[in-house]
Design a protein around this ligand. Structure first.
Ligand code: FES
Ligand SMILES: [Fe+2]
Length: 336
């Protein structure tokens, strides 16, 4: 582990359990090697010549080289740039070219990866536990009916949980994003691992106000879909992955239903992408500079922040929650 400790910004744990996007499938070709830094740790992602994808801890157990910098795929293994030891996708050492015997225990820790919806996702659990849920396949990846993803990416100084809280913070839609009304969700369902929210919205368009439905599904803190129906159906997949104690990596993938023809969908897609990206830019400075109150002063027009925060606790083990609260108290003297 190569995690650094600073004064914690939040009184809850930094790294929730779940599936988190680490790349797009089309960025990782056969034979390619990618160094990654997420969860305050270093990893190497590679695809073998037969197309198998693997995510390993970055450092070679021999003398510690980072396999992601100068490592090469050799058939079904990755070769270390330092002394050419080779490791399979299961992390086992398969070859030491200058030794008669491969040392016992010479293996590297592997991590669960899934390729789904055109995304490459890794499983993270602070205790190293196996995946306890899966990300569903979504219909929007069917290119007969939906446009290919338009992609946007941001690095933001915040926490997954803080970004996710936006969904239930209904008043901010009016006052940050300029929505015509404070949306009144007719459905909020915080189950493990999926939180659902559905609300009527009013979108301003050049053709006048259009009523629509926004329906959000958050599968833990790493992957969510927001579906807008109204004039046309549009979907944005939001992926948020912790980088380290301070930052998260945010990828938005946009797609539009082609029901009214390709060129209309493309035009709407551009406007939709620009609008949602604009909304995120409005949230960003607030997220980057806000503090977190455990007992916020809420009013009767606010959304169900308390229920949301209880849902969040599902994604951290109890000892981790206690440790984060203790470290926060020690650093700041108190929890507000
Ligand atoms: S450090 Fe990797 S082979 Fe020596
Ligand atoms: Fe927002």
């Amino acid at each position: 582990m190569n995690e650094q400790r600073k004064k914690p910004r939040f009184p809850f744990p930094r790294y929730p359990r779940g599936w988190f996007q680490i790349a797009y499938s089309d960025e990782v070709e056969s034979g390619s090697v990618h160094p990654l830094h997420y969860f305050g740790r270093d990893f190497v992602l590679f695809r073998t010549e037969s197309g198998e994808l693997s995510l390993l801890d970055a450092f070679c157990p021999h003398l510690g080289a980072h396999l992601g910098y100068g490592g090469h795929v050799e058939g079904e293994s990755i070769r270390c740039p330092f002394h050419a030891w080779e490791f399979g996708g299961d992390g086992r050492c398969t070859k030491v070219p200058y030794a008669r015997r491969i040392p016992n225990k010479s293996s590297i820790k592997t991590h669960h990866v899934r390729e789904i919806n055109g995304l490459i996702m890794m499983w993270f659990d602070i205790d190293g536990a196996e995946p306890s849920f899966e990300i569903p396949e979504i219909p929007e990846t069917n290119l007969e009916e939906w446009t290919p993803f338009a992609k946007r990416r941001w690095k933001i100084r915040t926490h997954n949980q803080e970004m996710a809280e936006n969904v239930v913070d209904i008043a901010h839609f009016r006052y940050v994003h300029g929505m015509k009304i404070v949306p009144q969700p007719h459905l909020i369902e915080p189950n493990y691992p999926v939180l659902k929210m559905e609300t009527k919205t009013i979108m301003e368009t050049p053709a006048g106000d259009v009523e629509g439905i926004l329906s959000v599904e958050a599968h833990g803190f790493g992957f969510s879909t927001s579906r807008f129906t109204g004039l046309v159906r549009t979907t944005v997949i939001a992926s948020v992955t912790p980088i380290d104690d301070e930052y998260v990596d945010v990828r938005f993938s946009f797609t539009v239903h082609k029901g009214q023809g390709d060129s209309i969908a493309r035009g709407i897609g551009k406007a939709f992408t620009a609008e949602i990206a604009r909304q995120l830019e409005e949230d960003k400075p607030i997220w980057e500079h806000k503090t977190y109150f455990e007992k916020p002063m809420l009013c009767d027009g606010d959304g169900p922040v308390g229920a949301f925060r209880r849902w969040c606790r599902n994604f951290y083990p109890e000892w981790y929650i206690e440790q984060a609260a203790r470290e926060y108290r020690e650093a700041h003297g108190t929890i507000a």
